[in-house]
Design a protein around this ligand. Sequence first.
Ligand code: CA
Length: 229
Amino acid sequence: MAADQPVVLVVEDEDAQREVLSYNLEAEGFRVAKAINGDEALLVVDEEHPDIIVLDWMLPKTSGIEVCRQLKTRPETRNVPVIMLSARSEEVDRVRGLETGADDYVVKPYSVVELMARVRAQLRRTRPAAAGMRLEYEDIILDSETHRVTRDGASLKLGPTEFRLLSTFMEKPGRVWSREQLLDRVWGRDIYVDTRTVDVHIGRLRKALCQHGGGDPLRTVRGAGYALG
Ligand code: CA
């Protein structure tokens, strides 16, 4: 599986529901992280940096509402989409009224097909490259479905690692990525790779981006990492 596949955190205390959901998400190509209660969810968020969270409202100890509220007040997790699951539509109305900051709400029993569509919809917003979309930055166009990259209309030759690096940058132009964050996103956390490897591939990406001319769009931020633009 590609290291840059989106990570979905499923927070659900009912084993059967958690497993069905995880199974379906994995079948859709996501990497699934799991938590069985609110406290565990908050720990797993820090460890796994999920791209999206499917959060049950009724959880033992810390409720889904409280978890959502905490996530939405922390700068580092504020932009991670949260889809809240709730047993009844009246509960959804109540959750909405509580202004938890959840991005979407789904009533149980839900259709798995519908929930998957909602997960994809949230990801199109936050992880467009992973959702198979076309990204543009100035004269660079990256099509994440066909894996083609062009610059000023000319096709660019990129290795798979350079392609994933560029996808990561193009999803958030201007954002400064540390070497560790790039390792995590592009290589995956399970593989041991030296941070100097990042520099090597950044060098290759720079060369590839300028293979038909044009300026270097990547920026080295001293002591911090790299950014596009
Ligand atoms: Ca529950």
